[in-house]
Design a protein around this ligand. Structure first.
Ligand code: C2E
Ligand code: CA
Ligand code: CA
Length: 853
């Protein structure tokens, strides 16, 4: 009883107190019997004794009432002692009464008394056994006292009876112990029961709480598939009520998809669990859901199948989430940008999308070393992003370290950016059109050349090249042709140069060639570079085949020599100055820079400014060069050639200032001036015409016709005495418009000739429809008569075809007898050149004419 001792002791005390009223009644009644029996004999003493009994009972009634009202706060021990006192007192009263009454009225009375005592004792055992000490005390006093009296009595029968009472006493004591134990056991059991019942109740409530509150639907069903129980969640899930669901037979479900899962644990006797995941249409509430069901068998303690338990989850949200993740994964997989995760421990790719796999697998197979190098670079932790080229594509991978091991790589196609960057780098150093180095790179090479010159004691040369008639071609034939020409020229120059020499393009038709490490002193170096310059000139002079035609070019070259410790831009300037000098000295020239030159040479910009004032300041004059009819030797006409008398520079060649005038737009004014001056000066000359050069720039202007018309109207010019000389390129740009212009000019009385014929398109086919009467065979061809058979053939061909179309031919630059003889032989009509006369001032020309007649 250890565990329950306090409660059981209390229970025992309760029991004793509960027996008090009955015990009081028994005492009062039994005492009354004794009083009635002994009163007649003992009188007053019997009443006193009964009074003591009643007093003891009053005491017991008192403690009984007190106990009942103060039960809870009264300590158990106190209650025990109080009631023991009551019992002890009543036992003593009874025994003392017995000793007083026995032997006084004969044996029958004695036996009655002993009988009453025995009854009292046995009654006390049944009611007092709960309080063992009280019971034993009571029995010992009452029966012990009785037995003692009987045993010491003189009568044998009474001694016998005393023995009997002793045996009875022993029996009562032992049964009292047994009864007490039984009572205690019963009480402990009761307490235990109460405890377990309470615990079970709590447990059950707990389980029910859990059962109803688990976030999944739970249902039990028996072997016949009848639902036995469901939890609250299950009810909510299927939107029904518990009452309707319990007892429902699952085989009656409308949506059969979950039936196999329900049947599985029953059909296989618990060996298999059931499972279903997917769409489901509920039977009771008629709704569509996505569920996951797991079922498993339920068995009793003897391992007999009793049914099954099922767990249902609503996975609609989960499914939606899964779908989102899947679509996101798809999004990631299909991303054309490569994305991967790398382990820096093993260099293994942990995750990658399709785009990344392509690169990774491809590179690993084809260029494993480069791939490994890339991974190492990534894992070095020194870079935030790294470029990786795969086939024609360049990817920039941004690196994000996740932890010590893993690294995420986010790739992006940067091919275009990289190409642009490379291109920008390239373009800073190389010319896009020709692929030649540009000024910047040339600068680097010049620096290196200086270092080498210092170390080896050698000399370097910078050659500045400028095409003489490039502008004309570019303006008339279009930039495509111009570009193509420059590309061809670049090729020729590169092929011509030694390795180590640098050909660079500064822009336009300006090329610079660096000759480095030239052995010998300055004089020797000058000679050598002039030889190179001459070679260049020869190379450039070979006709260029463009659009099925042959174009002729010449080049002016300025050379400057240097060793080391020189400023690059100074060198360029020097070479440029020398080039201008070469150009003004006449086309096709080569000039070595002389420091004296620099000061006397007027820079291009200065010249341009000066040209603006040239007309006003009366610095322009005209020279006339006669044109001789070969068959008769008669001077029939003259070409007017413009001269500029520069106050500081002296005579400036039209080869220099005409292009400047064209560039600045001043050419229009110049042209007008020339026409006016020609008309003034040559009116009295006994000639058929005066040839006047017209620049393309001038001619193509829309107001050109208007200008000459007004001049003619004002009588400033006489068109019938003027021959307009234009290069053939004028017809290429816009044939129709040019032709219309020509027709109009022809109607006004002008004549036309094609200047420098043979250097441009050299196509006679389109000239036949034009009202052009004269072709001027370029000086370049005439120059080579007697030297270059090829040019002779060309010259003859031009003369033949011109004759065929009814045109006259004028040979330019005739300088000797041989040339004249050749021209005469093949039927050239007119000749012009130093052989007859250099261009002359009008006065000299008139004098010259006078002398000839
Ligand atoms: P162009 O029309 O071909 O003129 C012929 C050039 O050859 C002239 O040079 C002339 O002095 C030169 N010349 C004549 N005979 C011979 C010869 O036997 N041997 C050599 N070596 N040269 C000879 P110039 O006067 O320096 O004129 C150069 C160019 O300037 C002209 O070439 C012409 O295109 C342009 N030009 C001259 N005057 C004018 C003008 O008033 N207006 C325009 N627009 N251009 C002009
Ligand atoms: Ca001319
Ligand atoms: Ca000419």
């Amino acid at each position: 009883m250890d565990r329950y001792e306090p409660q059981v002791r209390r229970d025992l005390v309760d029991m004793v107190y509960d027996s008090i009223p009955f015990s009081i009644i028994v005492n009062i009644m039994a005492g009354l019997v004794v009083l009635v029996v002994y009163w007649p004999k003992s009188g007053k003493n019997a009443v006193i004794w009964y009074g003591m009994i009643v007093a003891a009972m009053l005491y017991r009634l008192g403690i009984y009432l007190y106990y009942k009202s103060h039960q809870d706060e009264m300590p158990v021990v106190r209650a025990e002692v109080l009631q023991w006192i009551g019992m002890f007192a009543s036992a003593v009263i009874w025994v003392s009464g017995l000793w007083y009454f026995l032997g006084k009225h004969g044996i029958a009375y004695d036996f009655l008394m002993a009988f009453v005592m025995g009854g009292m004792a046995s009654g006390s055992i049944s009611t007092l056994s709960s309080e063992r000490i009280t019971a034993i005390t009571y029995v010992l006093i009452t029966l012990g006292g009785t037995a003692l009296w009987l045993l010491i009595s003189p009568r044998a029968i009474e001694v016998m009876m005393g023995v009997m009472v002793l045996i009875y006493l022993a029996f009562l004591v032992s049964s009292s112990s047994r009864i007490h134990r039984t009572i205690v056991d019963a009480l402990v059991l009761r307490r235990e029961n109460e405890h377990w019942i309470r615990a079970l109740k709590a447990h059950r409530a707990e389980i029910e709480l859990i059962f109803d509150n688990v976030p999944v639907g739970v249902f039990f069903y028996d072997k016949d598939f009848n639902i036995v129980n469901v939890n609250q969640h299950f009810v909510q899930l299927f939107g029904s009520s518990r009452e309707k669901l319990i007892g429902f037979n699952l085989e009656r479900l409308k949506d059969r998809r979950i039936i196999p899962a329900i049947r599985m644990p029953i059909d296989y006797n618990g060996l298999e669990d059931g499972y279903y995941e997917g769409a489901y249409h509920t039977t009771t509430s008629d709704i569509d859901v996505y569920i996951r069901i797991k079922t498993t068998a339920l068995k009793d303690s003897k391992n007999r199948l009793v049914g099954a338990i099922g767990i249902v989850e609503d996975i609609s949200q989960e499914l939606e989430h899964k779908r989102q993740i899947e679509s996101f994964a798809q999004f990631y997989i299909q991303n054309p940008n490569p994305v991967m995760q790398l382990s820096c421990y093993s260099h293994a790719i942990l995750i990658e999308n399709d785009a990344a796999r392509l690169i990774h697998v491809g590179l690993e197979k084809k260029e494993p070393e480069r791939w490994e190098g890339f991974l190492e670079k990534v894992c070095s932790g020194e870079h935030k992003s790294i470029d990786l080229r795969y086939e024609e594509t360049v990817y920039q991978f941004d690196i994000v370290a996740l932890d010590e091991e893993r690294v995420n790589l986010y790739g992006r196609n940067v091919t275009k950016e990289r190409i642009a960057r490379e291109r920008a780098d390239y373009l800073a150093y190389y010319d896009e059109l020709t692929g030649l180095p540009r000024r910047k790179l040339l600068f680097e090479h010049v620096k290196i050349a200086m270092l080498r010159a210092e170390r080896n004691g050698t000399t370097n040369a910078l050659l500045f090249l400028d095409l003489d008639n490039f502008k004309q071609i570019n303006d008339s034939m279009g930039h495509d042709v111009g570009d193509y020409l420059l590309q061809q020229l670049a090729k020729r120059l590169t092929n011509l140069m030694r390795t180590g020499d640098i050909v660079a393009r500064l822009g336009g038709d300006e090329f610079v060639i660096l000759l480095s490490d030239i052995e010998g002193d300055a004089e020797e170096a000058a000679m050598k570079s002039e030889i190179v310059a001459r070679k260049i000139r020869e190379e450039v002079a070979r006709p260029f085949a463009i659009k099925g035609r042959k174009l002729h070019f010449s080049v002016s070259i300025g050379i400057t020599l240097f060793t080391y410790d020189r400023d690059f831009f100074d060198l360029l300037k020097e070479a440029d100055v020398a080039m201008y000098e070469a150009k003004s000295a006449g086309k096709n020239g080569v000039r070595l820079f002389d420091s004296k030159l620099e000061k006397s040479t007027v820079r291009k910009t200065e010249l341009m400014q000066d040209l603006h004032n040239a007309i006003e300041r009366n610095q322009l004059t005209l020279l006339y060069q006669p044109q001789i009819e070969i068959s008769t030797g008669k001077c029939v006409g003259a070409e007017a050639l413009l001269r500029w008398e520069h106050p500081k520079r002296g005579l400036v060649s039209p080869g220099i200032f005409i292009p400047l005038a064209e560039e600045s737009g001043l050419i229009h004014e110049l042209g007008q001036w020339v026409l006016r001056r020609v008309a003034q000066e040559s009116a009295q000359l006994p000639l058929d015409y005066i040839a006047v050069n017209v620049s393309i720039k001038e001619f193509v202007r829309s107001d050109f016709i208007e200008m000459v018309k007004t001049m003619a109207k004002k009588g400033e010019i006489d068109p019938s005495r003027i021959e307009l000389e234009m290069t053939e390129s004028v017809f290429i740009e816009n044939f129709k418009e040019t032709n219309d212009k020509l027709q109009e000019l022809r109607r006004m009385g002008f004549r036309f000739s094609i200047d420098d014929f043979g250097t441009g398109y050299s196509s006679l086919a389109y000239l036949k429809n034009l009202s052009i009467k004269t072709l001027k065979i370029d000086r370049g061809f005439v120059e080579d008569i007697g030297i270059n058979p090829n040019d002779e053939v060309l010259t003859r061909t031009i003369i033949d075809i011109a004759a065929h179309f009814g045109m006259k031919t004028v040979a330019e630059g005739v300088e000797n007898e041989t040339q004249l003889a050749f021209l005469k032989k093949f039927g050239c009509d007119l000749a012009q050149g130093y052989y007859f006369s250099k261009p002359m001032s009008i006065d000299s020309f008139m004098k010259w004419l006078g002398e000839r007649v």
